[in-house]
Design a protein around this ligand. Sequence first.
Ligand SMILES: [Zn+2]
Length: 261
Amino acid sequence: MRGWRLCRLHLATKQGSTVRPLVVFLLLNENGAMLDEVLHLFYPRVCAGCNALLDEGEREICHECIVSFDRFSDADAADRAVKQVFRRTFAADDGLQKAWTLYRFHKNDRLQKVIHAMKYEGVYRLGSVLGELLAEMIGDSVIAARSDCIVPVPLHQLKVIERTYNQSELIARSLGVALGKDVRVDLVARKKYTRSQAGLSPRERLRNVENAFTSSGNAVPGNILLVDDVLTTGSTVAAVMRSLKSAGASNVSLATIALAV
Ligand SMILES: [Zn+2]
């Protein structure tokens, strides 16, 4: 069975005016993309942001939704905004070398629906779509080019079992392909099963992730590009950074899809 893989696809399909979730198991070969198109004929897919039927060439998010997201004007503006959040939480930018983030995250907008679908509804291919958009923003940055590897913010093993995947790793893998970098999930682990950061105050968030991460004992390279989905106060990212730096990293940069404002 070399070259074949079993894939589980989570799709949102439209039947009449009703949007239904659909889980399909497929045995795919290298032509998996073509089979996917055939599937689309029978179960037309819809946008994760607005449920409109996707046009040819659109993947998981329609063009209208993508242009509706509150995008940072450029990489420098995104970098300043993230560092400002860090300064607010830690009274310093906590040694963050450079930060990229695509969008400002607002409650109840289409981006929130997209992120929710990626994290909790199994539409894991959104990770690859959003990772490619992030790679476009990062472009040919010297700092990114000098990164030795890409590290996703880890989920606790129990949460990976619950959700079947780590959404930050999906984004990281997509970025890794686009930037030609290795993705390392063996450098830092989440040892504490923390409650969700949602709904916690900044102080509670800091306490919640205190000592949550540990380095695995493997040698950590000097330049790391860390990846997370949404940045809120920076507490989680800072805790991972501390763990990486205590294990040998000199420079840590950050790439996230969105910054909560
Ligand atoms: Zn849409």
